[in-house]
Design a protein around this ligand. Structure first.
Ligand code: FAD
Length: 342
């Protein structure tokens, strides 16, 4: 087994609300899960697109915010100890001869598991590339759209571009490690949380962060290694030494690699049956916004229902021959023990 190989019962692709609830339903059946998400935190669309918006159609909650729902789901699944792998995209899914699966990520990890749950929503969130000529040549080597390991930025001349929460959060977090840090934004107003903006301005006043109002004009370097960036400002061009650059220009949703895994698709969504929410490949399930079936409603509550039925079907694959007895959490001491409440 290689160092980066993880063996588990089920891998869930996507840690949106539906992927998170799947951990609960699988956990009640003693199925252990690892979750992989390209984002750097759980919650999918709820956390990324509308954390502060109220949702009014979650059963039992007259009103709950997107982030509130995610926080509650995280609390609800905590007893099952799910393991999260954030900031990674699942790039490949292969069915092995014995019917189990191998998944790989763009962070060079391999997962071996008995069943796969695709809860990839509207697809993977992908960073928008800034309109700078030749930037592709540096991506993944010295230009990054997410931070996997803060250590990779230590002692670098770092340029962060953007005015939202990601740009400001990473400015504050990486400033103590960086050799120099310049924040570039097209105007002197920031969308990020006011507390982060105030902290950034304090660091600028102390000379620990340089703030430039302008746009990236060009990048230079060799063999994927950035050396300098030129910023266009109202006063003219400024050339900065830069060995790492992080543009934060927002995210778009794309189906991404899920479309290449040999699963039957229906209008770019994974076709499933409505008894098990299984795809055209036995052992690969698809729940939440990513699936398609007659009458599908892209609602969180639909995804929760799909997770419950999927878990029953996944159990017969993970533990073949084991009888599943239907039980209520209110009255089953066994289930309550798993939840740590009995
Ligand atoms: P998502 O939330 O989309 O999460 C999928 C996750 O999978 C993402 O985090 C993505 O990064 C990850 N992923 C995808 N591909 C990969 C890959 N290859 N590798 C790694 N990770 C991957 N629904 C309601 O029920 N009620 C509402 O009031 C409501 N309001 C909404 C308001 C807005 C503004 C929006 C945008 C949506 C709203 N929705 C609402 C819809 C709801 O958010 C979705 O139905 C729900 O998020 C679907 O959950 P999911 O877990 O299936 O997918």
């Amino acid at each position: 087994m290689s160092q980066n190989e993880i063996v588990t019962d089920v891998v869930i692709v996507g840690a949106g609300p539906v992927g998170l609830f799947a951990v609960f339903e699988l956990g009640l059946l003693d199925i252990k899960c690892h979750l992989v998400d390209i984002l750097d935190r759980p919650g999918g669309q709820c956390a990324e697109l509308y954390p502060e918006k109220p949702i009014y159609d979650i059963p039992g909650f007259p009103m709950i915010t997107g982030q509130g729902l995610v926080d509650n789901l995280m609390q609800q699944i905590a007893p099952f100890g799910p393991e999260f792998h954030f900031g990674r995209m699942v790039t490949s899914l292969t069915r092995l001869e014995d019917g189990s699966f191998r998944l790989t990520t763009d962070a060079d990890e391999t997962f071996l598991c008995k069943a796969v749950v695709i809860a990839a929503g509207g697809g993977s969130f992908q960073a928008k590339r800034p309109p700078v000529e030749g930037i592709e040549a540096y991506e993944g080597q010295s230009v990054f759209y997410a931070v996997r390991r803060m250590e990779d930025f230590r002692d670098h001349d770092l340029v962060i571009v953007g005015g939202g929460d990601s740009a400001l959060d990473w400015t504050l977090n990486l400033q103590p490690l960086a050799k120099s840090l310049t924040l570039v934004h097209r105007r002197d107003e920031f969308r990020a949380a006011p507390a982060s903006v105030n902290e950034m301005r304090r660091l600028v006043a102390e000379g620990k962060v340089k703030l430039l109002i302008g746009q990236i004009g060009s990048v230079e370097g060799a063999d994927g290694q950035l050396g300098a960036v030129t910023i266009k400002t109202a006063e003219g061009e400024v050339k900065l030494p830069a060995t790492r650059m992080m543009p934060f220009f927002g995210l778009t949703m794309k189906l991404g690699p899920v479309g290449d895994w040999g699963l039957e698709l229906n209008d770019n969504l994974i076709a499933v049956d409505t008894a098990k929410f299984q795809s055209s490949v036995p052992g690969v399930f698809a729940i939440g916004d990513i699936n398609a079936y007659p009458g599908k409603l892209k609602l969180i509550l639909s995804g929760f229902h799909e997770a419950a039925l999927m878990a029953q079907a996944a159990k017969s694959i993970v533990s073949p021959g084991e009888r599943v007895i239907f039980q209520y959490t209110t009255s089953s001491t066994k289930l309550q023990k798993k939840l740590g409440v009995a």
